[in-house]
Design a protein around this ligand. Sequence first.
Ligand SMILES: *Cc1c(COP(=O)(O)O)cnc(C)c1O
Length: 216
Amino acid sequence: MSIAQNLTEIKSQLPAHVTLVAVSKTKPVSDLMEAYNAGQRIFGENYVQELVDKYEQMPKDIQWHFIGHLQSRKAKLIAPFVSLIHGVDSLKLLEEINKQAKKHNRIIDCLLQVHIAEEETKFGLNEEELKEIFTSENFKNLGNIKIVGLMGMATFTDNQSLIEKEFKLLKAIFDKLQVSNSLLQTLSMGMSGDFQLAISCGSTMVRIGSSIFGGR
Ligand SMILES: *Cc1c(COP(=O)(O)O)cnc(C)c1O
C-alpha cells in the first residue's frame, strides 16, 4: 500500500478527538511530501538536525513536533519553529526551552514525559517529580513555555495487559493533574503497535511511524 493509502487506513480508525502525528524519522523528504500531499500537516521527528533539514526543505504550513530526547544545548536549533516538544523530562530543559523561545518571541508548547514502562532505559519523570515541577517557583516564572499535556511510552512487549496497565497509569496521572491545571489537554500515547489500545485508555494524540511510512 502507498503512504497515502496507509494514512487513509489509519485515519479511519481514529476518533475525531485524537490527533495523528506522522512520525517520519529516517524517512526521505519525498516520503514526507507524499504524506503532505495526502493532507497530513503534523509530523514528528526524533533528531534535531534531521528535523531542521526537513523543516527547511518542506512547506511552511507544517506543524513540526519534536518527539525524541532533546539535549538542552540543541533546544536553540528548533526553538524558531517547533510547534510541540513531546519528551520534556526536567525543569532544566524547560528553562532552556523557555530561554530560547523568548529570543524568538514565542511561547512553545511542551509535553512532560512520564516514565510508565518497566524498562530502566526509557526517559521520563515519576509522579513525584512531575508534582515538583508544577509546584516549583522557577516553573511559575517561565513565560515562554506552556505545558499542554503529558507523553508516555509503554514497555516494548507483546504483553497487552502490561501495556494497558501502563497506559491506564498515565491516564490516571493525567486526570489527577488536570484537576488543578486546566491547560493540560493533550495525552500523547500510542504508536503503530499499540495506538488502538492507547486510544481506548484515553489517548488524545498518537505518534505513528512505521504503519504509515513502512519499517525503518
Ligand atoms: C519512532 C517513534 C514513534 C513511532 O513508532 P512506530 O512504531 O514506527 O509507529 C513514536 N514515538 C516515539 C517517541 C518514537 O521515537
